[in-house]
Design a protein around this ligand. Structure first.
Ligand SMILES: Nc1ncnc2c1ncn2[C@@H]1O[C@H](COP(=O)(O)OP(=O)(O)OP(=O)(O)O)[C@@H](O)[C@H]1O
Ligand SMILES: [Mg+2]
Length: 336
């Protein structure tokens, strides 16, 4: 295996390997002052998605090269592919193998605006508290208590190791979001005008705000500027095209749904040793169905899980259950 690869898709976590990542190209170097924040450990969603066992080393070489290109070039990775091809899970796989901790997740819907990803300011809560404090003759709370960074805002905090940020289903956004996002990802920084105003009035002491991990973090002069550019995975089911300026700034990866050895590796990751052999019939019939239409991986995983339970019964309907569950997405269970 060529040794320029930082992420190898081998599954076994190696948190030291990210230290071998060379400095960025000069046009992607960022200079945020580090604030000494430790990276929070992975949460349960990574284990749930990856199955808790290291993935067997089955390569999809193009995908692995493109993931590394995004890491080296400090560019977001735009991942397209059919539903269930593993787009969202890819962010978790990289975080787990490289020891990059909890994946920051921003799920996009049509109403999502850039600001929600960056930070939220609870102006009404602040007003109410100020009124209560006045009535009690107490002083006003600090403005930082009313500001919470979103997943994108947190990913851009100046950390020494890159955070992993999943911007999920970007193609569901309204037309402006991809363009707005473009500027922030290009500059690696953003401003919080509410804090900039305070800094002008009250001096340049850091203000403590909450981040997406629930930690208190300092922000100076209302500016957040990244240091290690985050590993950003943006996923799309291809429901619409993105503006070319965004495409130009991303590394683009189209994921094929896992088949054969890679599918067997996923079965191992979720069900352990021996599961592949024990369910060879299901794996084969799942792969045979490819000509009938799209079958997402989840259908196979669900079928294996259920047939493990039905197998305990005499005269079990293993085949029947599997046939009901493993169907092309467009087909209803009643259709034959
Ligand atoms: N590296 C992996 N290790 C273990 N399981 C995986 C891996 N990649 C994908 N899977 C499993 O495959 C299934 C589909 O993956 P995922 O949800 O990431 O697909 P997706 O492309 O994001 O789908 P959608 O477009 O519907 O959101 C999940 O059940 C996930 O647990
Ligand atoms: Mg997904």
């Amino acid at each position: 295996m060529s040794n320029w690869l930082i992420y190898r898709g081998e599954g076994d976590p190696d948190p030291d390997r990210i230290g071998d990542l060379p400095p960025p190209p000069p046009w992607r170097a960022f200079t945020g002052e580090p604030i000494g924040l430790p990276v929070p450990g992975p949460d349960s969603s990574t284990k749930r998605r990856l199955g808790g066992r290291p993935l067997l080393p089955v390569q999809d070489e193009d995908a692995i090269q493109l993931i590394n290109a995004a890491l080296y070039l400090r560019r977001p990775l735009l991942v397209t592919g059919e539903p269930g091809s593993g787009k969202s899970t890819l962010a978790h796989a990289v975080a787990q193998e490289l020891g990059l901790g909890r994946v920051l997740q921003w799920s996009v819907v049509s109403r999502t605006e850039l600001k929600q990803g960056l930070y939220e300011y609870d102006a009404i809560g602040r007003l109410q508290d100020a009124q209560l404090s006045r009535e009690r003759g107490a002083g006003e709370g600090d403005i930082g208590e009313y500001i919470k960074l979103g997943p994108l805002g947190t990913a851009l905090l100046p950390s020494e190791r890159p955070r992993v940020l999943l911007i999920d289903e970007l193609d569901k956004s309204d037309i402006d979001l991809p363009n707005d996002l473009l500027n922030v990802l290009e500059e690696g920084e953003f401003r919080i005008p509410e804090l900039e105003r305070t800094a002008k009035r009250e001096g340049h002491a850091p203000v403590t705000v909450l981040d997406d991990d629930g930690r208190s973090v300092p922000v100076v002069d209302g500016k957040v500027r990244c240091r290690a550019f985050p590993f950003v995975v943006m996923t799309s089911n291809g429901e619409r095209d993105f503006p070319r300026p965004l495409l130009r700034r991303c590394i683009r990866l189209n994921l094929e749904p896992p088949r054969d050895e890679r599918l067997a590796a996923l079965v191992y990751a979720h069900f352990g040793e021996g599961a592949h052999e024990a369910n060879r019939d299901l794996l084969e019939s799942f792969s045979r169905g490819d000509d009938e239409g799209l079958r997402p991986t989840d259908e196979l995983l669900n079928a294996i899980f259920l047939t493990q339970h039905t197998a305990r019964e005499a005269g079990s309907r293993r085949d029947g259950i599997a046939r009901l569950l493993m169907r092309p997405l467009e087909q209803h269970p009643q259709q034959r």
